[in-house]
Design a protein around this ligand. Structure first.
Ligand SMILES: C[S@@+](CC[C@H](N)C(=O)[O-])C[C@H]1O[C@@H](n2cnc3c(N)ncnc32)[C@H](O)[C@@H]1O
Length: 296
């Protein structure tokens, strides 16, 4: 909130409202007339925040949408640009704590993992129909799973016998391959994280949004992104570093021909990490990295 610096008369985009915690702060700190457009592609999040923040009805606009649609939505409500953008990526505590959504290997549920339940691709389809090499790639890249190949092969052997339908079925297969868990994490943690990222196209969405997100900001407007995965953070770091450059020509170029100009200033030279105390109170924050920029 310090980095977004919410003020009266200003407009904010919260691209990932989740349980509405950040949106509530934005609304309170921008009183009496600051406005927020809050997006989430999960209907459950929109309905919950609608109820919870009903008192802010005149200053809060909610839409069930992918944040990649922000540009069109801003046009639709005649805002065009905003004074601040927040993305707090990944799944919400609500997702983790709702066993029926299939994100957790701790409870028995259909292999779903869709944040947006309108989409047809779910974890069941990924696990039962993707090729062994594609499964291996997903597990290795998104889960950083050292036993990606062996898990992909074990999945393939099992699904040839019978479809892998539930979170527990999948967790059992992974457990058989990864007998000893590394450190404190459950052997299926990496596999479940990888599948979730693939099902929801999380990296693709972030990459698309970051292509020209600076364009949604007014001059001096700020953008804050909180990520929870090294690949997400790399995308944010790369985009922000590009935005602060004044030229994109190769170093050997004598005359600038790229037509690029500097878009923003970095507000965080290194990502901000939660303190030990914050992690103690909220262990789910442990891998969070926050980066911020200001539009020129
Ligand atoms: C970590 S939670 C956000 C928590 C929120 N900041 C709060 O204060 O409660 C991430 C939320 O973003 C949503 N989400 C993730 N990717 C999205 C996308 N591409 N478009 C829209 N919502 C997305 C998820 O459904 C989830 O509710």
């Amino acid at each position: 909130m310090e980095l977004l610096n919410p003020r009266a008369h200003k407009k904010y985009l919260d691209g990932t409202i989740g349980s509405g915690g950040h949106t509530a702060q934005l609304l309170m700190l921008s009183a009496p007339d600051g406005e927020v457009l809050g997006l989430d592609w999960d209907e459950a999040a929109i309905l919950a925040v609608q109820q919870q923040l009903g008192g802010f009805e005149d200053r809060l606009i909610l839409r069930r949408a992918n944040f990649t649609e922000a540009k069109e939505l801003l046009k639709e409500i005649s805002w065009r640009k905003v004074d601040g953008i927040l993305l707090d990526l990944g799944i919400s505590s609500h997702h983790i704590d709702s066993p029926e959504r299939g994100f957790s290997f701790q409870s028995e549920a259909h292999l779903d993992m869709r944040m947006d339940r309108r989409q047809s691709l779910d974890a069941y389809r990924v696990v039962n129909t993707f090729s062994v090499s594609e499964l291996e790639r997903i597990l290795r890249e998104y889960g950083e799973e050292p036993k990606a190949r062996r898990i992909a092969l074990a999945i393939d052997a099992e699904r040839k016998r019978k479809a892998i339908a539930t979170t527990k079925d999948l967790a059992e297969i992974v457990k058989r391959v990864v007998r000893r868990s590394t450190g404190r994490i459950h052997p299926a943690t990496r596999t479940f994280q990888a599948l979730r990222i693939a099902v929801n196209r999380e990296l693709e969405n972030l990459k698309e949004f970051l292509t020209d997100a600076y364009d949604l900001l007014l001059s001096k407007g700020r953008m804050v992104v909180i990520s929870f995965h090294s690949l997400e953070d790399r995308l944010v770091k790369t985009a922000f570093r590009k935005w602060v450059r004044s030229c994109l020509c190769p170093p050997a170029a004598i005359i600038c021909q790229c037509g690029w100009s500097q878009k923003a200033l970095l507000l965080t030279s290194k990502p901000l990490r939660p303190t030990v105390e914050e992690i103690r109170v909220n262990p789910r924050a442990r891998s969070a990295k926050l980066r911020a920029v200001e539009r020129l």
